[in-house]
Write a protein that binds this ligand. Structure first.
Ligand code: GLN
Length: 534
């Protein structure tokens, strides 16, 4: 029977529920269990696909084409196993299902209500993954206890814990222990209030995970245990860490994994050694060299908008024994043709980020030209690959009005054009080319060498594509088409012949980089940047 761990958050948002959940999942996986994590988000968007990155950070895409919360990226990076549509559910999705059922007449004339209909649907979704082959499912509830929009989730959780019965579920509450410097004291009151709020919803937490800047003393543990009805050894300290990848080891030191297994009545199947993880951390913390890589994007004010790219550099840097300093460069600062190269000085490589819309495009195109002409390693992802194609058409093929129809719908030379099946689509939610598609690599190419195989699968999220009308001209002037989707003959990868490392990909490699399997293209790109620096 599948066992369940529920993680709620109290006091403030941004305490790192996703990282704590992923860290616990990693430890339980190391104990020999099959573990998955899912996230329930209390907002009304059906999924985060239509959200501006400034609102909610990056939209993470799964193999099966779900547009999801960026926490799913952490789950995959920590667990090294893919998530799916079922791993992220929003209030919008829950209501949509219930309302569709109501319209179909499935409720047989009954009044449809939050309790039991919405809560039943939440419970059904909470246990959906458990019906597949997992030993333990960790469910992270988004939002903070006390929010109006979280109430149906807490009610569903209360009911579900009853139904699951003793020792089949654990409730973990992640909370903040603030330090008041004037009083030189850590304060437990906000946590006491937060637990009270949970108790009002009928949920007694079994374990408290306490975010803190300073170590929590034995006295504080005792006080929290007394006021919050938990065992003293179930007060877990979660000190601020220098890297999110330290958190599994910190949680292991605090025995979070042991407490959870005890509460679930499970016996560890093997000693968690985290061997690969520790090698990775060692490389991460003791790099032999460093490189500076420019990340050209337009959402730089919010690094979460490029979360997976930053993390991919952490993984691939460690794989190269190299500290990667990612220098965020605003594409709009690169629009002035005369001064833009100043912004790019002292960078060992350039990555052009994915994106949508016209803003910042010329700056990205200028950056491509700079990387191409100065022979600096260049990596273009999705929109970045599309900008590289437009730049090449304009400046090498001398097609001056070459453009993407996303930017200039009336262009006579649409080097990047809307995909045929996209043209009739009006609705914005979940309608892009989404999820994993196969790609065949040409031999004797940079990418074939980097992957070490011919057939790959990568995740997509776009509406526009390379226009095959221009393939011949591109190849004639030295831009190789090195990856093709075999089913529909779509150009997925371009690379420059006469250049140390110049690759543009239509897919999102950053979504598949994990601690244990850093993405081969990122690893090779960082390697090229190291060589370029020499
Ligand atoms: N806006 C481009 C498209 O839709 C690129 C998308 C992206 O970078 N993810 O094709």
């Amino acid at each position: 029977m599948t066992k369940y761990v529920f993680v709620t958050g109290g006091v403030t948002s941004s305490l790192g529920k996703g990282i704590v959940s992923a860290s616990l999942a990693k430890l339980l996986q190391e104990h020999g269990f099959k573990v998955s994590i899912q996230k329930f988000d209390p907002y009304i968007n059906v999924d985060p696909g239509t959200l501006n990155p400034y609102e909610h950070g990056e939209c993470y895409v799964t193999d099966d084409g779900a547009e999801t919360d960026l926490d799913l990226g952490h789950y995959e990076r920590f667990l090294n196993s893919p998530t799916s549509q079922a791993n992220n559910v929003t209030t919008g999705r829950i209501y949509q299902t219930v309302i569709n059922k109501e319209r179909a007449g499935d409720y047989l004339g009954k009044t449809v209500q939050v309790i039991p209909h919405i809560t039943d649907e939440i419970k059904r979704r909470m246990t959906l993954l458990g019906e597949t082959a997992y030993d333990i499912i960790i469910t992270e509830l988004g939002g903070t206890v006390g929010d109006i929009e979280s109430l149906p989730y807490l009610e569903a959780l209360r009911q579900l814990r009853m139904e699951l019965g003793n020792r089949n579920s654990v409730s973990i509450h992640l909370t903040l222990i603030p330090y008041l410097s004037a009083a030189q004291e850590l304060k437990t009151k906000p946590t006491q209030h937060s637990v009270k709020e949970l108790l009002q919803a009928g949920i007694q937490p079994d374990i408290l995970v306490c975010r803190t800047e300073k170590p929590i003393t034995s006295d504080i543990r005792a006080k929290l245990a007394l006021f919050c009805n938990v065992g003293k050894n179930c007060v877990i300290e979660a000190m601020d860490a220098s890297s999110i990848y330290d958190v599994p080891l910190l949680m292991q030191e605090e025995k979070l994994d042991i407490r959870v297994l005890e509460k679930l009545g499970l016996k560890s199947k093997k000693k968690p050694e985290l061997k690969k993880w520790k090698v990775f951390l060692d490389h991460l913390k003791n790099p032999k060299r460093s490189v500076r890589i420019g990340l050209i994007g337009k959402y730089n004010e919010l690094p979460d908008a490029y979360k997976s790219i930053y993390e991919s550099f952490v993984h691939s840097g460690a794989a190269n024994n190299t500290k990667v300093h990612v220098v965020a460069v605003h594409s709009e600062d690169l629009e002035d043709k005369k001064s833009f190269s100043k912004e790019l000085k002292n960078l060992d490589g350039l990555l052009i980020a994915p994106g949508f819309g016209e803003r910042g495009i010329q700056g990205k195109i200028n950056a491509v030209q700079y990387a191409r002409e100065s022979k600096i390693p260049f990596f273009g992802i999705c929109l970045g690959m599309q900008c590289a194609s437009v730049e090449f058409a304009r400046n090498v093929l001398k097609i001056k009005d070459a453009s993407s129809t996303e930017v200039n719908p009336g262009t006579k030379n649409p080097v990047i054009d809307m995909m045929a099946e996209q043209k009739s689509i009006k609705s914005k939610g979940g309608t892009m080319r989404l999820g994993a598609y196969p790609c065949m690599l040409k031999e004797n190419t940079l990418v074939h060498k980097a992957y070490g195989r011919k057939s790959i699968s990568e995740r997509h999220r776009h509406r526009y594509e390379f226009n095959n009308k221009y393939i011949k001209q591109f190849e004639k002037e030295g831009m190789k088409i090195s990856g093709i989707n075999p089913d529909r003959n779509l150009v997925e990868i371009i690379e420059l012949n006469d250049h140390p490392w110049f690759v543009g990909v239509q897919f999102h490699p950053e979504l598949k980089s994990t601690v244990e399997k850093p993405h081969p293209l990122f690893v090779d790109f960082v390697k090229a940047c190291v060589q370029n620096k020499k």
